[in-house]
Design a protein around this ligand. Structure first.
Ligand code: COA
Length: 226
């Protein structure tokens, strides 16, 4: 039990409970953690989006209410990378039920769909150029293999990012039917073949059964129809 002690100023302050140093509780956050996001993470997500997109082009893939919408509706299609409790990178996805993306895919989650639509991947400015974006994407793609019914991951990106996603094994499907203002996009996909061997791994925190190790994209990934 703690007690009040008098200070020279006359004020009383709360004394710390006397605990031997050996049993003092540590309040450290995990150095590194990857977990699905939830609606409480929406503001942190949007802060990264604001800097990454809005400050650059005035637009962003998902507005705050849309982030909340997807993190409430289908949090299992999101993934966040936290360093000491701080969100440093994230992916938000949902399911889509057609071969190609359409404007409705930007706002809808189709639970019966077999395409994991990746709405956004972003890394906090101060954590870029450290390989975190590709690592998080590899973990996400591997995680998708553990979800039933997911056959492929699909995304639309500006043309300058095509080489970035190609490096991760995505194939170009062609021009995307979706446009946002004057922006046009390339549509890309990644086949999710078979289910990963499910094993527990201490680093697959809060993704039970999700393997930690992510093999780089296989050279013999089948070419997708365009
Ligand atoms: C694009 C983004 C996710 C990359 O993540 P990152 O962790 O910073 O990636 P890195 O800089 O460590 O790059 C890893 C590799 O991708 C390449 N790369 C990174 N950004 C690239 C780009 N814009 N175009 C082409 N290649 C790129 C790097 O050259 C590097 O290749 P290497 O391994 O052969 O050297 C990150 O810069 C970001 O969040 N940008 C703002 C948001 C955004 O544009 N998101 C994507 C669209 S949704």
């Amino acid at each position: 039990m703690s007690s009040l002690i008098a200070q020279p100023s006359g004020e009383a302050t709360q004394a710390l409970p006397s605990v031997s140093p050996g049993i003092q509780r540590r309040h450290t956050l995990p150095a590194s953690e990857v977990r699905p996001l939830n609606a409480q993470d929406a503001v942190s997500v949007f802060e990264i989006e604001r800097e990454a997109f809005i400050s650059v082009s005035g637009e962003c893939p998902l507005h705050l209410d849309e982030v909340r919408h997807f993190l409430t509706l289908c949090p299992e299609f999101s993934m966040g990378w936290f360093e000491e409790g701080r969100l440093v990178a994230f992916i938000i996805g949902s399911l889509w039920d057609r071969d190609r993306l359409a404007t409705e895919a930007l706002t809808l989650h189709k639970p019966r769909g077999s395409n994991a639509h990746i709405h956004v991947l972003a890394v906090h400015r101060t954590f870029r150029q450290q390989g975190k974006g590709p690592i998080l994407m590899w973990r996400y793609l591997q995680y998708l293999r553990c979800l039933p019914n997911v056959r492929r991951a699909v995304l639309m990106c500006e043309d300058f990012l095509v080489p970035f996603y190609r490096k991760m094994g995505f194939k170009v499907l062609g021009r995307c039917a979706v446009t946002v203002g004057a922006l046009t996009f390339t549509e890309m996909c990644y086949p999710i073949s078979g289910h990963a061997y499910m094993r527990r791994n201490s680093e697959a925190i809060r993704f039970p059964n999700a393997p930690l190790t992510l093999p780089p994209p296989r050279a013999n990934d089948r070419q997708m129809d365009v």
